[in-house]
Design a protein around this ligand. Structure first.
Ligand code: TXA
Ligand code: MG
Length: 359
């Protein structure tokens, strides 16, 4: 299949006449049952018509994704929520007022019209109203309901730029809309409103504290915090080893100097053993490392930058064919919770805690 690439430079909500026409045409592709990858403020999505079971089947096929892993339905207008959600609890209205459009996905009871192909057989549906102007206009032109997982091949990091979408999806889908790099870089927060108290199923830019500020008590799916709980996470997709780089990733926690010394020692050992070694560093410690490929996520003080760069660096390590990767560890608070969640998953929960850190 020939994949058409459309570039949209539009600033804010303003698009040129040509850009608007291109988005209208991409919307037509969605209405006819085709697949269009598009930018959102989190990561790129692989969109199909959420109300058409055939489109959802095509999404699973293009991604190589198990079809029990439900898709997020993206909407562009508040009034469209009622068609996909069977009930809209007051909590959903409160969260929508506070965080939509934006990087928050809510799990609600599904309306009959949403096919089980879209929800992976569940009676609930995940809904999000993204803030990215290209996403919003495409959803509107595409008929209002766009099912979109992240636009990566299953098992690869979510794409934060159109270049990565092309790598994974080129030749497999109808259209890729290139709208620049994702502002946030990690997937949306998912909160389940069908349970009481509401529960975070996937941490993201909207933190549990922010949700609690609106709703009061909000819990966290406990399986996300521990590798050894023996239970499946409640968001079916969280059980797969997503975001996995090809090299074996280990996260190292401890005092700054200790961490660099430990990583350098391991890197030297691995290199002597024939490995190509990558290090995920921060600006503060960057000059201290000695390994084949050393990449910085930015300053330790700038969590937003770290979130934005993480997936790109994991992909870069795949391209560099490193076979062992060591990463610094981050605080597990605020946005750090989402960063550590993705890092730990990519590492298959391989975490080394250096002794002195325990005191
Ligand atoms: O930021 C995002 O959310 C991006 C952009 C494109 O919007 N999308 C995204 O979709 O990350 P995906 O398919 O890669 O991740 C969706 C996650 C999966 O872990 C899935 O299991 C979970 O949402 N999910 C979807 N519907 C659900 C439901 N009804 N109940 C529980 N979890 C659900
Ligand atoms: Mg994904």
């Amino acid at each position: 299949m020939d994949t058409k690439i459309i570039r949209i430079k539009g600033q804010g909500e303003t698009f040129s006449i040509e850009e608007d026409k291109a988005l209208r045409e991409a919307g037509e592709v969605l209405r006819r049952g085709g697949l269009v990858a598009f930018p959102t403020e989190t990561v790129y999505g692989l969109g199909g018509n959420a109300l058409n079971p055939e489109s959802s089947r095509k999404i699973y096929a293009a991604k190589g994704r198990p079809s029990d892993n439900p898709l997020i339905v993206h909407i562009a207008r508040m009034e469209d929520l009622a068609r996909v959600a069977g009930q809209i609890p007051e909590a959903a209205m409160q969260l929508a007022r506070a965080f939509w459009p934006g990087p928050l996905t809510m799990v609600l009871h599904k309306a009959q019209e949403v096919p089980y192909e879209t929800t992976g057989g569940l009676d609930t549906v995940a809904v999000r109203m993204p803030s990215h102007p290209v996403a919003r206009r495409l959803i509107f032109y595409g008929g209002g309901y766009v099912a979109a997982p992240s636009a990566n091949l299953s098992g690869r990091p979510s794409p934060t730029s159109a270049r990565y979408v092309k790598e994974d999806m080129g030749g497999r889908i109808d259209v890729i809309i290139d709208g620049g790099d994702g502002e946030i870089g990690l997937e949306s927060t998912i909160v389940d409103l069908t349970v009481s108290p509401p529960q975070v199923l996937r941490p993201g830019y909207i933190t549990r504290e922010m949700l609690s500020g609106v709703l009061g008590q909000v819990s966290m799916d406990q399986t996300l915090l521990r590798a050894d709980s023996g239970q499946a996470p409640r968001a079916p997709g969280m059980k797969y080893r997503h975001y996995a780089p090809k090299g074996e990733l280990t996260i190292v926690s401890g005092q700054a100097g200790q961490v660099t010394a430990y990583i350098n020692a391991r890197a030297a050992e691995d290199e002597a053993g024939g490995h190509r070694v990558g290090v995920i560093a921060t600006d503060e410690a960057l000059p201290e490392y000695c390994a084949d490929v050393v990449c910085s996520l930015g300053s330790r003080r700038d969590e937003e930058e770290i979130a934005r760069r993480l997936y790109g660096i994991l992909r870069r390590f795949d391209d560099e064919k490193v076979t062992r990767i060591y990463s610094e560890c981050f605080d597990d608070t605020g946005l750090g919770q989402a960063i550590m969640n993705r890092l730990l998953k990519a590492a298959g929960h391989r975490l080394v805690i250096l002794e002195d850190n325990l005191e």
